[in-house]
Design a binder for this molecule. Structure first.
Ligand SMILES: C[S@@+](CC[C@H](N)C(=O)[O-])C[C@H]1O[C@@H](n2cnc3c(N)ncnc32)[C@H](O)[C@@H]1O
Length: 258
């Protein structure tokens, strides 16, 4: 099927038009991203490994071990069915957060091949409890036969602690957040400002506890600059030369030495 037609067809199937806009306004997006990346990477940031080591040396060393395991695990997979892109670089940080927070429930948006899913589930396996609830919109330019590769890095033994939902955040997130209380969340799906805000607002509107929220794609636009969430502190972390944003509730700031 012609690629543009396939994107249109899948957009209608998932009622996902923000992603469609994202695909078609490529030139404008690239221009904003260049300026926004410069802005985001000039802000003060916390070097993740130093912070983690001073917070809990034992867990920090465990994270370093996990990073090596991860790199071996990653080699087992072919990423071409989902477009060929690797996942995020800060997988160690996701592992560490899961080990330190020890959440019963984690919410994530954006799965792709499963870098983040594998990291959360590996840490929950060490915690010996916890469930990951993920939502992912299959890339609109791939055929249905390839959706089975979404989360392919998650091994069978972790499947019972994992629920994967397919569809756009706008269609699925409200239902997931109404039913569950999350202690940790990771947003790495919709790259638009409004999409990222939608995820944060939907989670906070329904959650009865104050989750730690990790956000990728903060350098894609000026979302971070205009982000204000009452009673939450904005923190930027950097690991493996990659930055990500975190929202930490003011009640937890001292606990994490931030
Ligand atoms: C960068 S990838 C996620 C990478 C993943 N977190 C990892 O660590 O490997 C982004 C994913 O979000 C999905 N996505 C994009 N827009 C979305 C939306 N509006 N709702 C849900 N998922 C979306 C994309 O199709 C893609 O699978």
């Amino acid at each position: 099927m012609n690629k543009k037609f396939l994107i249109l067809f899948n957009s209608l199937r998932f009622r996902s038009f923000s992603f469609l806009r994202y695909v078609f306004f490529k030139k404008r997006r690239i221009r904003i991203k260049t300026e926004a990346t410069k802005y985001f990477y000039n802000l003060p940031a916390i070097e993740f490994d130093n912070w983690a080591e001073s917070l809990d040396k034992k867990l920090y060393l465990e994270m370093k071990k996990f990073q090596i395991t991860f790199q071996d695990h990653e080699k087992l997979f072919d990423f071409s069915p989902l477009g060929g892109a690797r996942g995020l670089d800060q997988f160690g940080a996701l592992y560490f957060f899961t080990r330190i927070v020890k959440p019963k429930l984690i919410l994530e948006t954006g799965v792709a091949n499963g870098y983040s899913s594998f990291s959360f589930l590996s840490a929950m396996n060490m915690n010996k409890f916890g469930k990951l609830i993920s939502n992912d919109l299959p890339p609109l330019n791939i055929e249905k036969e390839k959706w089975k590769f979404i989360g392919q890095m998650v091994p069978n033994e972790f499947q019972e602690n994992w629920a994967l939902h397919l569809g756009s955040d706008r269609n699925n997130l409200k239902k997931l957040c109404k039913k569950n209380n999350f202690e940790l969340a990771h947003f790495d799906s919709d790259k638009t400002s409004s999409g990222k805000m939608f995820c944060i607002n939907t989670l906070l509107k329904h959650n009865e506890i104050n989750p730690i929220i990790l956000i990728d794609n903060c350098a894609d636009d000026f979302f971070w600059k205009s982000l204000h969430v009452s009673n939450y502190h904005k923190v930027i972390f950097e690991q493996s030369n990659k930055r990500f944003g975190a929202l930490i509730h003011s009640n937890s700031i001292a606990e994490y030495h931030l």
